[in-house]
Write a protein that binds this ligand. Sequence first.
Ligand SMILES: N=c1c2ncn([C@@H]3O[C@H](COP(=O)(O)OP(=O)(O)OP(=O)(O)O)[C@@H](O)[C@H]3O)c2ncn1[C@@H]1O[C@H](COP(=O)(O)O)[C@@H](O)[C@H]1O
Length: 108
Amino acid sequence: MVSADILERLSTMLAGRHGADPSSSYVARLFHKGTDEILKKVGEEAVETIMAAKDGNKLHLVREVADLWFHTLVLLEHAGLSHEDVLAELARREGISGIDEKNARKEQ
Ligand SMILES: N=c1c2ncn([C@@H]3O[C@H](COP(=O)(O)OP(=O)(O)OP(=O)(O)O)[C@@H](O)[C@H]3O)c2ncn1[C@@H]1O[C@H](COP(=O)(O)O)[C@@H](O)[C@H]1O
C-alpha cells in the first residue's frame, strides 16, 4: 500500500516552487500564470474524471482522479492552504451524518 506521506512530500515540493523558473517546472508555470489558469486546470481535470468514470476503465479513472487531486493541491497551495486543512475538515466531519451536517449548514 502506498503511504499517504506522498501528500506531505507533494506539499513540500509545491511550497518550494514559488518563484521557480516557469520554463523548467510545470508547477512554477501554473503559479506564474495565476488563479484563472489553476482554476481552468481544476475544471478540466474534473470533467476528464467524469468522462473516465463513464468509460468504465479503472486505470483511466485512477489517472484522472490523480490529475484532479494534484491540481487541487496546487490550488490549495496557491491559496495559502494545504492538504492538512482539508484532512482536518474531513476529520472534523467524521462520524457526523452527511444529512445532519447539511442541515446544520442551512442553520448557519
Ligand atoms: N504529480 C504531478 C502531476 N500530475 C499531473 N501533472 C501534469 O498535469 C498536466 C495535466 O494536464 P492535462 O492532462 O490537461 O495534459 P496536457 O494537455 O499535457 O496539459 P496542458 O498542456 O493542458 O497543461 C500534465 O502536464 C501533467 O504532467 C503533474 N505535474 C507534476 N506532478 C508532480 O509535481 C512535481 C513537480 O513538477 P514540476 O513543477 O514540473 O517540476 C513532479 O515531480 C510530480 O511529483
